[in-house]
Design a protein around this ligand. Structure first.
Ligand code: ZN
Ligand code: ZN
Length: 290
């Protein structure tokens, strides 16, 4: 499997000279493998990073390298995880079939929420007028299913670790190699580590974890961010240690206020940590072999 980061910011997009290297787009990650010379891809979240991914998929489709048969998982439905969907190029191809999977919140499935975000006068095209064929699936805590030759396990924390209805967390395993990736965002960890995350992710090869804040920001009494539903870098390391991550911890869902220089200095600091795995900060366009 291969992980690719298409958007690494939390909350809102932050384009501009201070974020050129890590990227300014909001959350979108894809996990793919090649089967019979074609890309088989699971997409997680459709923040603004999914706009470039959509263009990449259409290019692959034209070149015969990938089908317009999209499997998209949503962690939750905040705008930094959905805002790219209406500009996701495969939506404008009638031969595109899409499986949209996420939680049911406030008695609404994922399609109903996306539909609401595309109603006139706030958007020029209505959800129902998109050319893609879309099916909606509700995911619940504890289920396992297969998509795109990969196995997906779903966790929803019992006590929501993210405001409003919480979020879903995914573990994706390649049954051919038994290697796995735990996707842990948006999540505010707990004192002593998040036991649900530990249990869910134990022994995974790669953990991708929310790191919106530094410990100083989280502990500050000036701009209070506790309860906003995000973790710090030490929290991510703590959860990765508890889960005995084998290969890599990849930090993402960055604070939009953190510049390239700031993220470089955080990455440098993390290098001094004694862990049995590598710690990386995600960058837009970065690809990692699992
Ligand atoms: Zn978010
Ligand atoms: Zn959120």
């Amino acid at each position: 499997m291969k992980i690719k980061f298409h958007g690494v910011r939390g909350s809102y997009p932050k384009p501009g000279p201070s974020t050129v290297r890590y990227g300014g787009n909001t959350t979108c990650v894809s996990i793919s493998k090649i089967v019979d010379n074609k890309v088989q891809r699971i997409i997680i979240d459709s923040g603004t990073g999914s706009i470039n991914l959509g263009t990449e998929i259409v290019k692959n489709y034209i070149e015969g390298k990938e089908d317009l048969d999209i499997s998209m998982l949503f962690t939750h439905l905040h705008p930094d995880h959905t805002q790219g969907f209406s500009f996701f190029a495969p939506n404008y191809f009638k031969e595109c079939s899409m499986k949209l999977m996420g939680m049911r919140t406030l008695k609404k499935h994922i399609g109903m929420i996306l539909e609401e975000s595309m109603l006139p006068p706030t958007f020029p095209i209505e959800y129902k007028d998109l050319k893609s064929q879309r099916k909606h699936y509700e995911l619940k805590d504890g289920i396992t299913f297969k998509a795109k030759y990969m196995e997906i396990e779903v966790m929803q924390a019992f006590a929501p670790s993210h405001p409003q209805q919480g979020a879903l967390y995914y573990k994706i395993t390649d049954p051919d190699t038994n290697r796995s990736v735990a996707c842990i965002w948006d999540l505010e960890s707990k004192i002593g580590g998040d036991k649900a995350v530990e249990k869910f992710s134990t022994g995974c090869n790669v953990m991708i974890h929310d790191t919106q804040y530094t410990a100083d920001e989280y502990n500050s009494d000036k701009m209070i961010v506790q309860g906003f539903g995000h973790s710090t870098y030490p929290m991510a390391v703590e959860n990765a240690n508890l889960a005995k991550v084998k290969d890599k911890l990849i930090c993402t869902h960055f604070n939009p206020a953190h510049s390239d220089e700031k993220l470089d200095s955080i990455a440098e600091e993390l290098k001094s940590q004694e862990t049995g795995y590598e710690i990386l900060l995600a960058q837009e366009g970065m690809e990692i072999k699992v």
